[in-house]
Design a protein around this ligand. Structure first.
Ligand code: NAP
Length: 473
């Protein structure tokens, strides 16, 4: 894919970039490795100060950066501004709580015959971040915030359609006053990722994106014996039971499906509605979907902007056409919007069967697939048959249903009477083909740290070796 800014609202190519030459890439990796040696010795207080400064820079830059994000990938200007605010909040969260997450973890010294025993958390070095375009600032910073707080150094390979936002991220770190080269953007295509990942100076990788990209990066990393964290696709279930507040559930369902123009990994994509309330919920949901204003993402009253790429809209059309050909009913929407730009109507499909691709794949656009079910067991059975298991939503006032949902739904995140969302205070990640590892909180920070075990024996007698007969690793 060419590295270029193409405005999805018009289809116009605004700026193109040459990928880094081999020499320039080599220099950036060398600089990152050198930067790490000094950066890992900075204090947590210094790093927290730089993170706070980065949050202040974001606050100051919100207007220009929001316009840039919207121009590059089509989310509404309001959504871009909200994303920037969320990033600033996460950076401040790590500045405040990071020092505590990095404290030594004491162990039971007496039990292991030591005078002192503890776990020391240390950064592991240069981490490669391969990131998607859909939350172009948030995805990169939810990696970079904790990584930089931990003392790691980042190399960002951003999606090829958001190069200006990618370059802004490097500028942000520089403007915040971080030491040189601790976070650099690499303008490279996906085919160059393997070379970077195999480089001995790169310690690990995190990828947020599609399952095929995750599998590709994970197999290279596996071959090179490097740690990875993968945040991949999702097709989150949104289950509505008879006890739910239907009006509220339908309102949230619209946001959960249409947020970010329908292009969120944690968007609710499959709706399982109990037969007793299916007719009413479907009507409420369809009416509100149809009322969403689709149009210029810069306009204040727009709810849904264009899809980010032409290929992305073609994928969405293919899913809807396939479902309709195999018998699905289009309750609302179902067509591209005529005119320039890659707009698609918010769409509700019912009558979904296993033969349709929407049943077992991920639709990355404002298309909801609604299933009418006889009860929670049936909802969970179909929901859990999907290869993805990122987030899951339940709407119910029934305690037993809530318990069963928490216990049995295949997901990394289970939300009840609300929609799956990310917060710095909660771990984020999936299971099955949605990936592995966690981002955010202390768990996200510790993914790319060496939890070094430290054992200190009594100084007078040297190491107490214990009984050699029972010694083990
Ligand atoms: P994508 O094609 O996988 O791209 C994501 C990133 O991976 C881009 O930087 C891309 O570079 C790179 N890439 C693609 N193929 C690669 C390969 N074989 N080796 C190395 N790097 C590769 O993803 P997308 O389709 O743009 O994004 C949508 C997907 O991301 C959806 O499935 C969505 O659910 C998922 N996602 C998951 C999360 C999460 O947190 N779980 C969050 C957001 C999105 P190029 O742009 O140069 O191709």
């Amino acid at each position: 894919m060419a590295i270029a800014t193409i405005n999805p609202a018009t289809g116009e190519t605004l700026k193109t970039y040459e990928p880094l030459s081999d020499e320039a890439l080599e220099e950036k990796i060398a600089r990152a490795a050198t930067a790490f040696e000094a950066y890992r010795r900075t204090t947590v207080e210094q790093r927290a100060g730089w993170l706070r400064a980065a949050a202040d820079v974001l606050d100051a830059d919100v207007g220009t950066v929001a316009e840039l994000m919207t121009t590059e990938m089509g989310k509404t200007l309001a959504a871009s501004k909200a994303e920037i605010g969320k990033c600033a909040k996460a950076l401040r969260y790590y500045a405040e709580h990071g020092p505590r997450f990095l404290e030594r973890r004491p162990a039971d010294a007496e039990a292991v015959g030591a005078t002192q025993a503890f776990v020391e958390y240390q950064p592991i070095g240069v981490v490669l971040a391969v990131m998607p375009w859909n939350f172009p600032l948030w995805q990169a910073l939810r990696f970079a915030g904790p990584a930089l707080m931990a003392g790691n150094v980042g190399l960002l390979k951003h999606a090829s359609n958001v190069p200006q936002t990618a370059l802004y991220l490097e500028e942000l770190v520089r403007k915040a006053g971080f030491p040189d080269d601790v976070f650099q953007t690499l303008l490279i295509g996906s085919a160059t990722v393997e070379r970077v990942l195999r480089d001995d100076r790169v310690a690990a990788a995190t990828l947020t994106g599609s399952a095929p990209a995750g599998a590709s990066v994970a197999s290279v990393a596996g071959d090179a014996l490097k740690k990875t964290v993968l945040e991949l696709g999702g097709s989150d279930p949104f289950i509505v039971m008879p006890s739910a507040d239907l009006e509220k559930a339908a309102e949230v369902a619209v946001t959960a499906r249409c947020q970010n123009n329908g292009q969120s990994c944690i968007a609710a994509k499959r709706f399982f509605v109990h037969a007793d309330v299916a007719e009413e919920f479907t009507r409420l949901f369809a009416d509100q979907l149809a009322a969403q204003k689709v149009g210029d993402p810069m306009a204040d009253d727009t709810k849904i902007g264009p899809l980010a790429t032409e290929a992305g809209r073609e994928d969405v059309e293919r899913y809807v056409d396939d479902a309709v050909r195999k018998g699905a009913t289009v309750v609302t929407g179902g067509r591209r919007v005529d005119g320039p730009g890659w707009f698609y109507e918010p769409t509700l499909l019912t009558g979904i069967t296993p033969e349709m691709d929407v049943y077992s794949e991920e639709v990355f656009g404002p298309v909801a697939a609604l299933f009418t079910v006889g009860g929670l067991d049936e909802a969970l059975e179909i929901a859990n048959s999907h290869p993805y298991a990122l987030g899951a939503n339940l709407w119910s006032e029934d305690e037993d249903e809530r318990r069963r949902f928490i216990s049995d739904v295949h997901a990394g995140m289970a939300f009840i009477n609300g929609m799956v969302t990310s917060y710095p205070e909660l771990p984020f990640g999936g299971i099955k083909q949605s990936g592995y590892g966690r981002e955010l909180t202390d768990l996200g920070m510790h993914e790319f740290m060496n939890a070094k075990t430290v054992w200190v024996g009594p100084s007078s007698s040297g190491q107490r070796g214990g009984d050699p007969a029972t010694a083990s690793e």
